[in-house]
Design a protein around this ligand. Structure first.
Ligand SMILES: *Cc1c(COP(=O)(O)O)cnc(C)c1O
Length: 490
């Protein structure tokens, strides 16, 4: 541990000397170095976080209906609820904020933003939106009609909700390994290409307005999609003349995984990898709150001029004029800088290493996680950790409550609370295929000692796992019920 960032040894670490360094050994054989991968930045502005007592947390949790979304952020010590919009901006981004041009139309900020998007993504038309789901709503309300079917490796919750809102069906087609938490696969986010062909044969190409690929596959564990898979999906789309759209939220992390794990890309820059990947697509939706390294922002891009014109009409109706799309000029400038910073090699090496570090420590403790760890988050298999809590007693949500009580850590359930629903006929609850708890890591926010603290808390949660009981849902408001649902201990 001597060359750890903080040289601090965790209790019970034993002979963790080698494995304790920030990803010196990659699961898939990246560069070996005897030096730690450190945070490639120093801190210029700090934000205090507040310790609370266990009796306080017990009260806060009960007041929040056992739903961490309903906690006050100031009552949370380490916030791993999401990596969305929670990142720290760089000095360059704050400088860009001051350059923001707040002209209503044709602002310089827009042109800087559009040039950044064009240089990385290569699409001809781009519309800024306030975040990813606004891009999704506009895309699906212009391309989908009731009865349509949209295939994806795995739809993110807002993507699915926006497709269903226009009366279409969202179908997940991950590869088999993507549904097995313990199975190691370098590109677990891949789409099952045969299943895609079978779906097209079953419903007919005219009912499929577009095919989508989510990189990285967020709901499937933050797992990457290989370039080979993108090409294979493209080939199927070509055969049936279907457009391919990328849900690009974590495009930079996905590019890094391709570089690390896919033959032929070890010497290719993340930017070149991203450019190649997007060259196979007809457009993308983007939440810049992820790999745009901003706190708000997104966009919708396409090569289809007619479609883009239709989309901008809707944009004007609900978001704003096409050169600002519901954002301030300064937000566009922050995005233009952030999209480029996200492709920095030192940043990506540290980013992926720090997620792997958390994953490895949780595994060492004995906590079952989705293997290997994803790019932005570690996903705990709550069903395997709490086998005595059935899916309808929400093992993931129960684990969240315990993590908060034990150490003031906030995370999110990705299981039956998020994806389940009540069957209108039987009144029975449909359960999700997996019961996961996601520990999402905000970008450039927490240091290694914060993550070490999380590991210590999780070791205590693990030791107490047998007495963690289930919950019952006492209130819900679908769709996206997980944001506001309330629970009580069983
Ligand atoms: C976050 C996210 C979205 C939605 O973006 P918002 O900015 O939260 O609206 C869509 N798809 C994926 C994969 C995401 O992670």
């Amino acid at each position: 541990m001597s060359n750890d960032v903080f040289g601090k040894k965790r209790p019970g670490d034993g002979n963790a000397l080698k494995s304790d360094k920030l990803l010196v050994t990659h699961v898939f054989g990246g560069t070996m170095s005897h030096r730690s991968i450190i945070e490639p930045f120093r801190i210029k502005s700090v934000e205090p976080i507040r310790m609370t007592t266990r009796p306080e947390r017990r009260r806060f949790l009960a007041d929040a209906g056992y739903n961490p979304f309903l906690l006050r952020a100031e009552d949370v010590l380490i916030d791993l609820l999401t990596d969305s919009g929670t990142g720290a901006m760089s000095a360059e981004q704050w400088a860009a904020i001051m350059r923001g041009d707040e002209s209503y139309a044709g602002a310089k900020s827009y042109y800087r933003f559009a040039a950044a998007v064009e240089s990385i993504f290569g699409f001809r038309y781009v519309l800024p939106t306030h975040q990813g789901r606004a891009a999704e709503r506009i895309l699906f309300s212009t391309t989908c009609k009731p009865g349509d079917v949209v295939p994806n490796n795995t739809h993110f919750d807002t993507t699915r909700a926006n497709i269903e809102y226009v009366g279409a069906r969202a179908v997940d087609l991950p590869i088999a390994e993507g549904r097995e938490p313990a199975t190691i696969h370098p590109f677990k986010g891949n789409m099952d290409v045969e299943a895609l062909e079978a779906l097209i044969a079953e419903v007919g190409r005219e009912r499929i307005p577009l095919v989508m690929l989510t990189i990285t596959n967020n709901s499937g564990g933050g797992q990457p999609v290989s370039m080979a898979n993108v090409k294979a999906v493209r080939a199927v789309c070509d055969r049936f003349a279907l457009p391919l759209y990328i849900d690009a939220c974590r495009f930079a992390e996905n590019a890094w995984f391709i570089r690390e794990r896919e033959a032929g890309y070890a010497q290719t820059s993340p930017r070149e990898i991203a450019r190649e990947l997007f060259s196979y697509a007809d457009g993308c939706t983007m939440s810049a709150k992820k790999d745009g390294l901003v706190n708000i922002g997104g966009f919708l891009a396409t090569n289809d001029e007619a479609l883009s014109r239709q989309e901008s009409r809707l944009l004007i109706l609900t978001e704003g004029f096409p050169t600002y799309g519901g954002l301030a000029g300064r937000d566009l400038d922050a995005m233009a800088v952030g999209l480029n910073e996200a492709l920095d090699e030192d940043y990506l090496r540290y980013r992926i290493a720090s997620t792997a570090y958390l994953g490895r420590h949780l595994t060492d403790i004995g906590i079952p996680i989705v293997q290997p760890p994803g790019g932005h988050a570690v996903y705990i298999d709550a069903a395997a950790l709490l086998p005595h809590v059935p899916p309808r007693a929400y093992p993931g949500q129960a684990l969240l409550a315990e993590m908060y009580l034990e150490g003031g850590i906030r995370a999110v359930e990705i299981g039956t609370v998020m994806f389940g629903s009540t069957d209108p006929d039987s009144g029975e609850e449909r359960t999700a295929p997996m019961e996961l708890v996601r520990l999402a890591i905000p970008r450039r926010v927490y240091t290694q000692s914060h993550i070490d603290y999380v590991c210590e808390v999780m070791a205590d949660v693990f030791a107490a796992r047998e007495r963690i009981g289930g919950l019952t849902m006492v209130w819900q408001a679908p769709p996206l019920r997980h944001f506001t649902a309330r629970f009580e201990p069983l």
